[in-house]
Design a protein around this ligand. Structure first.
Ligand code: SF4
Length: 65
């Protein structure tokens, strides 16, 4: 499972960082999401799935490896 980020759609709401701080970070320059780890070793952690569901701009998705 791979975590996919569309930074162009990100509005910097930080729901993802709050849900999974080990997976997502926020850029200090533009406030948009940064991916700490694209391929979690044991699949997408629960926090990442929550972040995908909560992201208000639809900037996050999960894909196959
Ligand atoms: S929750 Fe969505 S809009 Fe908010 S920072 Fe994360 S990717 Fe961007």
């Amino acid at each position: 499972m791979r975590i996919i980020v569309d930074r162009e759609r990100c509005i910097g709401a930080a729901q993802c960082v709050l849900s999974a701080p080990d997976v997502f970070d926020q850029s200090e320059s533009d406030g948009r999401v940064l991916l700490r780890v694209e391929l979690p070793a044991s699949g997408a952690p629960e926090g990442a799935r929550t972040a995908v569901a909560l992201c208000p701009s639809g900037a996050l998705s999960l894909g196959e490896d």
